[in-house]
Write a protein that binds this ligand. Structure first.
Ligand code: GNR
Ligand code: NI
Length: 168
């Protein structure tokens, strides 16, 4: 297993649209395992391949309290089951240190392939529904800061650019 580097906003590579996985082979399974290791180490409750600069439609998450329920979603697609929006203070490993309120549908049905290439469908609500939508956004090149006002987004960008310059 290996820890992967996580891209940070405003890195333009985070805007790449990921391509569907053609076959779930050993290299995809290694990506899933490395992404899970990276997510747990961060620590985070989700991670999209885009964030580790791999532009394939793969995401992992674990929204359990005990962080012992790893889930992988390959080529995920979801539909909204209930259009009612809920608010949640979202954070992102690619936007470190910032938490802002985002509104999203609260109930979704997701279909994907698992680590063995088997298709499955799940109903998600609560944090799992929020996290899954946040991760699929990453695969589409989208970040939670895109839902904020331009002023808030600019403040976050300036602060992170400054941090990145200081580290360079
Ligand atoms: O670790 C994470 N926590 C989180 C909290 C609220 C809403 C979404 C998330 S996902 C985030 C990890 C991450 O950046 N995934 O892309
Ligand atoms: Ni994120």
């Amino acid at each position: 297993m290996a820890l992967l580097d996580i891209l940070e906003f405003p890195d333009p590579r985070l805007r790449t649209e990921a391509k569907p996985v053609a076959v779930v082979n050993d290299s995809v399974r290694k990506l899933v395992d490395d992404m899970l290791e990276t997510m747990y180490a961060a620590p985070g409750i989700g991670l999209a391949a885009t964030q580790v600069n791999v532009h394939q439609r793969v995401l992992v998450m674990d929204v359990s309290d005990t962080q012992d329920r790893p889930q992988a979603f390959i080529n995920p697609e979801y539909k909204v089951l209930d259009p009612e929006l809920g608010e949640y203070d979202e954070g992102c490993l690619s936007v470190p240190g910032f938490y802002e309120t985002v509104c999203r549908p609260q109930r979704i049905e997701v279909s994907a392939l698992d680590r063995d290439g088997q298709a499955f469908t799940l109903e998600l609500d609560g944090l799992a529904a929020i996290c899954l939508q946040h991760e699929v956004d990453h695969l589409d090149g989208k970040l939670f800061v895109d839902y904020l006002s331009p002023l808030k987004r600019q403040r976050i960008r300036k602060k992170l650019e400054k941090d990145q310059r200081r580290r360079a």
